[in-house]
Design a protein around this ligand. Structure first.
Ligand SMILES: [Zn+2]
Length: 315
């Protein structure tokens, strides 16, 4: 049942069940460690669909039964290619693209041939094929975390998550990967997505380079919403034209890597162990709001893979 896991599926189901095994970072990376000079040319790119310019909603664009799903995958893949082009202009030569959208969001046929593609992770899924062989990490198509104002299609893993915090700091999918990257010594230098996401990224990782390709126009946090209402809430947005979005992404990715080479001060998340993760789930049908916790004394990746048991929140 859990042979093959997407990020979203894991967050929706696996997080409540858990695998109970924390691999050491050495075992995870295998013998993939690369010499420092090679690391500086290797970029890992996590991808998602909801933060892509021209992807207008989740129902029609991000699900296999949606009318525009194939077009949505084309739009994401083109944005990823733009980031690769930008990084390549700044000297990167090797790229691993992680297809992190629940249903898959990359069209392999259209992906830049310089890139390898990772998808369908065996448990435990974090850190989604990221390892110490990479010098840099980035994301494309990223959306903001749940509860963010003016954020297009905001959620954290699924629309059912109200909020996730690590050591008291609210984090979204970006923050969770930034935690994994920091532990592996990989600098997270670039993120593309909607404007609210880019603000979230810069607040969590000051100095990160970003590209905002659209902006949501629904005000308020939506805290009153149950899962289904929240899924339908943040659909309003103004999108850049896809061509313009790609140009912005390529320029910003190039800038990110050029800056990173001369400025070592950005790209590593400041959160320090011991770690505690708290996730609150929205009401869903008759099920009340629920809360779950996990903790780890030293390992942020094990924290993300740790089992979490939820219990009802008394309101
Ligand atoms: Zn997502």
């Amino acid at each position: 049942m859990f042979q093959q896991l997407s990020r979203r599926k894991f967050l929706k189901t696996g997080a409540a069940i858990g695998w109970g095994i924390a691999f050491s970072s050495a075992a995870r990376a295998g013998d993939a460690k690369a010499a420092p000079s090679k690391r500086g040319k290797r970029v890992y790119i996590m991808t998602d669909m909801e933060g892509v310019a021209g992807i207008l909603d989740s129902e029609n664009w991000c699900k296999p039964e949606g009318r525009y799903y194939d077009l949505g995958k084309e739009l994401l893949t083109a944005e990823v290619n733009a980031a690769i082009a930008g990084f390549a202009r700044a000297g990167a030569t090797e790229f691993l693209v992680a297809d992190g959208h629940g249903h898959g969001g990359i069209n392999p046929k259209l992906l830049d041939p310089r890139a390898e593609l990772a998808r369908n992770w065996s448990p435990p899924p974090y850190p989604f094929s990221l390892d110490e062989s990479f010098g840099y990490a980035a994301c494309v198509g990223q959306h903001a975390m749940s509860r963010t104002e003016n954020a297009h299609l905001a959620h954290t893993g699924s629309f059912g998550v109200f909020e996730t915090t690590i050591n008291g700091t609210p984090v979204g999918e970006f923050g969770e990967m930034a935690l994994c990257a920091a532990q592996l010594g990989v600098r997270y230098i670039f993120g593309a997505g909607d404007l609210a996401f880019t603000k979230e990224a810069r607040a969590l990782l000051p100095g990160i380079e970003t590209a905002a390709v659209k902006h949501g126009t629904t005000s308020g946090r939506g805290d009153e919403c149950d899962r289904d209402a929240y899924a339908k809430r943040n659909l309003a947005a103004i999108h850049s034209h896809p061509q313009r979005a790609r140009a912005m992404i390529a320029a910003a990715a190039e800038r990110a890597l050029r800056r990173a080479k001369t400025d070592a001060s950005f790209g590593i998340l400041a959160l320090k162990p011991p770690f505690e993760r708290v996730t609150i789930l929205r009401r869903q049908g008759k099920q009340p709001k629920q809360i779950g916790r996990s903790s780890h004394p030293s390992d942020g990746i094990a924290l993300m893979n740790a089992p979490m048991k939820h219990e009802a929140v008394k309101e």
